[in-house]
Write a protein that binds this ligand. Structure first.
Ligand code: SAH
Ligand code: SF4
Length: 386
């Protein structure tokens, strides 16, 4: 099987070239061709000796996940559905109870690009499905299929970056060498549950020989895998968003079940430890507002107490409904009051904007909507985290 070079960071590629009997600087050249020029065909790598190109053709490939479809919304938001194939997952292969629609979803991940005047944010997936079973999340409801490989994670940026580079920006009309300025790991899956692959992919995003993104502009969103948060701080401290969603353990145990393993006191302590290494001096707390469940004034007051010692910002996200979820969107008034209580306590609060509704784009709960193109379900995209 040829080596997929998208699976390797520069260090890995250099080691692989050494095994092939080639010099390290050759690895760097090829790395530039792949990530900076978006070239997948070795024949086009013109400053590489023909003999090496032939060797690469024999032993290697540059293979991003294949695009099932790509859509552009009227507001410029884009969505790609990648068909990642059955991959290493076994669970789905034996389960033939799903319809063909389910089959599409089971092997699909989505990536969303949100252009704005001053930045372009790409929302990237890390897993097919998710094992953490948060009750309000359609990805969690549908179970875990498998981890994405490094090539499948970085491939989302590779495809988005190089296809957007050759188009004028919808708002400014200008071409940009760097259409993607921010990445948020807020697509399908729990990034810290696919730790090694995510960290390698993050490294490629940050590498000046590849995309050269700033650490402050790359955000990992986690539901609170405490030990992995510590490892991320050591290995690749990027901006961190923590999906809080409840201000006390009794409630969080119910809606974010991983809380039973890593309760709020541990999570808050992990946030404080993370901040020692973080590229930003705050943690973003995401809080999905579920009508009548966690959106009452008392919850806001508890939240202030809980986060007293953690420099943070809040991102309030109105629940994004999906069929049979059992939850409802919060009333606008409940959101306003909740927000005001936090602001009166001196907290910075943002509320997610709705973008890309007409193409069914959403971050955070992309899964399961892939096959549902009816557009009935409102999609909300984050922008503030990045
Ligand atoms: N697994 C990670 C990252 C992916 S989810 C995490 O949980 O943080 C990205 C964000 O979308 C999380 O804050 C998640 O809680 C939120 N989300 C999930 N389902 C949602 C829904 N139905 N409506 C609104 N936000 C949702
Ligand atoms: Fe997984 Fe995040 Fe959904 Fe929870 S909210 S089930 S951690 S993707």
């Amino acid at each position: 099987m040829p080596q997929n070079l998208l699976d390797l960071d520069l260090e890995g590629l250099t080691a692989w070239f050494t095994e092939l009997g080639e010099k390290p600087f050759r690895a760097r050249q090829v790395f530039h061709w792949i990530h900076q020029s978006g070239v997948a065909d070795f024949a086009q790598m013109t400053d590489i000796a023909k003999s090496l190109r032939e060797k690469l053709q024999q032993h290697a490939m540059v293979k991003a996940p294949s695009i099932n479809y790509a859509h552009v919304s009227a507001d410029g938001t884009r969505k790609w559905l990648f068909d990642v194939g059955p991959g290493g997952g076994a669970a789905h292969a034996e389960d033939d109870s799903g319809s063909s629609r389910d089959q599409v979803w089971r092997n699909g991940v989505e990536t969303v690009f949100i252009p704005e005047d001053d930045r372009g944010t790409l929302c990237v997936s890390s897993q097919v499905g998710c094992a953490l079973e948060c009750t309000f999340c359609s990805t969690g409801r549908q179970g875990f299929n498998r981890n994405l490989s490094v090539a499948e994670i970085i491939g989302q940026l590779w495809v988005a970056h190089h296809s957007l580079k050759i188009e004028p920006n919808r708002t400014t009309g200008e071409m940009s060498d760097r259409p993607v300025t921010n990445v948020v790991m807020m697509g399908m899956g729990e990034p810290l549950a696919n730790f090694e692959n995510v960290v390698t992919a993050l490294g490629i995003m940050l590498d000046d020989h590849a995309y050269g993104l700033s650490r402050r502009r790359v955000t990992v969103s986690t539901s609170g895998l405490v030990p992995a948060m510590d490892r991320l701080a050591e290995r690749c401290p990027v901006a961190l968003a923590v999906s809080l969603h409840a201000p006390n353990d009794a409630l969080r145990d119910q809606i974010v079940p991983i809380n039973r393993k890593y309760p709020l006191a541990d999570l808050m302590a992990a946030c404080r430890r993370y901040l020692v290494h973080a590229p930003r001096d705050f943690i973003t707390f995401e809080y999905v507002m579920l009508a009548g469940v966690n959106d009452q004034p008392e919850h806001a007051r508890q939240l202030i107490e809980l986060t007293r010692d953690v420099p943070c910002k809040f991102n309030l996200i109105p629940f994004n409904p999906f069929p049979d979820s059992g939850y409802e969107k919060p009333r606008a008034e409940a959101m306003r009051v909740f927000r005001q209580i936090l602001q009166d306590a001196g907290q910075v609060v943002t509320t997610r904007k709705t973008r890309g509704d007409d193409i069914d784009a959403a971050c955070g709960q992309l899964a399961g909507k892939v096959a549902d193109k009816s557009g009935r379900v409102m999609k909300r995209l984050h922008r503030e985290a990045a």
